[in-house]
Ligand binder design. Structure first.
Ligand code: GUN
Ligand code: ZN
Length: 435
């Protein structure tokens, strides 16, 4: 058995913070210890107490004065879009057709998919992200490369081959039967292997015929425990085109509802322009709206009403994500900085405790995986990030005047990026310093 003992300032959430002074929503240890045994957290608390439980041959790492937190979770991004980032387009549909679809065609080549997979996981780890929920391309080769690399690195990852059978280039189309068969094969080969989770992944209603939506429904019925991921209500032209393709549906959300795709394992990317009726349907089914702030700003899609959705009588569950490559940063710190600014524009406040809750326990809950990830609780996977709020000269100068934990978190969120990530532990093993 291998034991590792980390020392530093510990921060982990217990529940969603209500306001900035809500000290009961988190656990903070100014001189904390975290004991890891074979990839799991064995003890968490005051250093003196935890170190007393460590065996004599423990490997001790002193991270003082840095902050030790659960690894960040990214609940929506696209593995085949690493080379789509920073593509100059007027809006979502132009961006998809001009850059994204042609780039995804390249993932039919397994050598290309394997090469990008290496870079993909390197970037996640570099940015402190230990679990991500990814769309692969339509090709089975891309899902195979994605999961092979997750397995090699022992990371808890969720992913799926996109199902898409219309409104895209020929090289990017499957058929209802192919989408169904290949998704089943990917489930059989990868789901539950290591820490891999397969998600049923119809790209969005524009690129799936009704026949393919039926195939998706069949998969959802056969595998009720699997995550489902798709896109919903991102852009006004997208919404209009989608509703024209499914005239029988009363709105965009109703299309997915008609195929039985709403539910507490379903992640809907974006959800910017939902009507009250749609938000009610999301709430009643426990569906998750995934906020992708850098993408929404980059593509000019709109301002996600995070606070308004969360405080409804029928609240909507919320996740946060980068949406690479519509999104412009792999960093969950940069992501929450933009989320903050979007709420500012909407006249709302998003306090730093809420931001760090969302990146960790909040996202773990949105995936129904809080038993395993998102906290430093005993028994959880030892997926951990170590943060330095004085990582750059400008941050160090600002930190001279910072007095409280929320202030420090806010500096990290406002000024931080991969340079603020001192180390990323994956199942208890230092992964960033060994890239
Ligand atoms: N809607 C359908 N596909 C995509 C995609 O790849 N990115 C974004 N942002 N929206 C989509
Ligand atoms: Zn997306």
């Amino acid at each position: 058995m291998t034991h590792t003992l980390l020392r530093g300032r510990l921060l982990t959430f217990l529940r969603a913070p209500q306001e900035l002074g809500d000290t009961g929503s988190y656990l903070y240890e100014s001189d904390g210890g975290l004991l890891i045994e074979d990839g799991l957290i064995l003890a968490c608390g005051a250093y003196d107490k935890v170190s007393a439980q460590a065996p004599a041959d423990v490997v001790a790492v002193d991270h003082r004065p840095h902050l030790i937190m659960p690894g960040f979770i990214d609940t929506h991004l696209h593995f085949p879009q690493m080379q789509v980032i920073a593509s100059y387009a007027a809006n979502l549909l132009e961006w998809l057709n001009t850059y994204t679809f042609p780039e995804e065609c390249r993932f039919v080549e397994s050598a290309h998919a394997a090469r990008i997979a290496t870079h993909f996981y390197d970037e996640l780890v570099r940015h402190g992200t230990t679990t991500a929920v990814a769309y692969c391309s339509v090709h089975k080769t891309s899902a195979d490369a994605f999961f092979a690399e997750a397995l090699r690195r022992n990371m808890r990852m969720v992913g799926g081959k996109v199902m898409m059978d219309r409104n895209a280039p020929q090289g990017l189309l499957d058929t209802p039967q192919m989408g169904y068969d290949e998704t089943r094969q990917i489930i059989a080969e990868w789901h539950g292997k290591g820490r891999c989770h397969v998600a049923i992944t119809p790209r969005f209603a524009i690129t799936s015929t009704p026949a393919q939506m039926e195939a998706t429904q069949a998969l959802a019925r056969e595998f009720p425990d699997l995550h489902i991921q798709t896109h919903l209500s991102e852009n006004h032209d997208e919404i209009k085109f989608t509703c024209e393709l499914y005239p029988e549906a009363i709105d965009y959300t109703d299309i997915y509802a008609r195929y039985g795709l709403l539910g507490d394992k379903t992640l809907f990317g974006h959800c910017i322009h939902l009507s009250d009726r749609e938000a009610d349907a999301m709430s009643e089914t426990g569906s998750v709206a995934v906020h992708c702030p850098t993408s929404n700003l980059f593509l000019g899609s709109g301002l996600f009403p995070l606070k308004a959705l969360a405080r409804r009588d029928k609240p909507v569950r919320i996740g946060v994500a980068t949406d690479i490559g519509g999104g412009s940063s792999y960093s969950m710190l940069r992501t929450m900085d933009e989320a903050y600014k979007i709420q500012q524009l909407l006249g709302e406040r998003l306090n730093p405790l809420e931001s760090y809750y969302h990146m960790t326990l909040g996202n773990a809950r949105s995936l129904s995986l809080a038993e395993r990830i998102g906290t430093l609780d005993v028994g959880s996977d030892a997926d951990i990030v170590v943060l330095n709020a004085a990582a750059t000269p400008a941050m160090a100068l600002k930190m001279e005047v910072v007095k409280t934990l929320p202030e420090e978190l806010f500096v990290l969120q406002t000024m931080g990026d991969d340079r603020a990530i001192v180390e990323t532990y994956v199942a208890g093993v230092a992964a960033k310093s060994t890239i």
